[in-house]
Write a protein that binds this ligand. Structure first.
Ligand code: PEP
Length: 249
């Protein structure tokens, strides 16, 4: 049985004041208990504040990115050791905004994934195709390439403690969601791809869907057999919406 996970990716949003208000509302909403595991991924600078605000709460802390390096002369970078030091449990790796806006490729992303594991962090590996790739029928090839880069570098067993987030790029922040059937088909493909190397790892692997998940479409997406929760961007900044999504998982 896979426990669903709902992770909020705040992206470059928030302030000391807004974070306090948002987490105060989430704390109240979570006090009734919830089946899914819930994680929040604020920007680096707010990690210590958020760690304090969620202390003792059923919420995990995650970061949005990390360096592929461990320490040294890498100006502006943040290492896995530092994230662990601040209490992070999860770290997003290979988000499509990192891939497309900052040119981070599959091999580089795989090295970040490896760095996360070296420091005892659970990577949330994002994979997903562009609109033109979907339209030209190469979705599975793209997702397979992104996934294989990690399995080739780290071995399939590295996925045992990791999470995959399937995020079709055309659905991120656009208001266009993949239909439950479209999402399920890619999730099943990902699980089967991992199962070719290790059936047990594939069975236990949590595969989240991300891309314009909202309070009113979450339940249908999460009811698909291979969708184990969501990676939520915009809607994770509104306590009511985020909690409704968490409850749907
Ligand atoms: C994301 O950035 O991971 C994401 C899924 O964003 P949104 O929910 O806003 O589409």
């Amino acid at each position: 049985m896979r426990q669903p996970l709902v992770a909020g990716n705040w992206k470059m949003n928030g302030s000391l004041k807004a974070n306090e208000a948002l987490l105060g509302d989430l704390r109240k909403a979570l006090s009734g208990g919830i089946k899914a595991e819930v994680a929040v991924c604020p920007p680096f600078v707010y990690l210590p504040q958020v760690a304090g605000l969620i202390d003792g709460q059923p919420m995990a802390l995650g970061a949005q990115d990390l360096s592929d390096q461990d320490a040294g002369a890498f100006t502006g970078e943040v290492s896995g050791t530092m994230l662990k030091d601040l209490g992070c449990e999860y770290v997003i790796v290979g988000h499509s905004e990192r891939r497309s806006l900052y040119g981070e490729g599959d091999e580089f992303t795989a090295r970040k994934f490896a760095a996360a594991r070296r420091h005892g962090l659970k990577p949330i590996l994002c994979v997903g195709e562009l609109l033109e790739e979907r339209e030209s029928g190469v979705t599975e090839q793209v997702v397979a390439r992104q996934l294989d880069a990690v399995m080739d570098l780290e071995g399939v067993s590295a996925l045992a403690d990791a999470v995959i987030a399937y995020e079709p790029v055309w659905a991120i922040g656009t208001g266009k969601t993949a239909s439950p059937e479209q999402a399920q088909a890619v999730h099943a493909f990902i699980r089967a791809r991992v199962a070719e190397r290790d059936a047990q790892v594939a069975e236990g692997l949590r595969i989240l869907y991300g891309g314009s998940v909202k309070a009113d479409n979450a339940a249908e997406l999460f009811s698909q057999p291979d969708i184990d929760g969501g990676l939520i961007g915009g809607a994770s900044l509104k306590a009511d919406d985020f909690m409704a999504i968490c409850r749907a998982a």
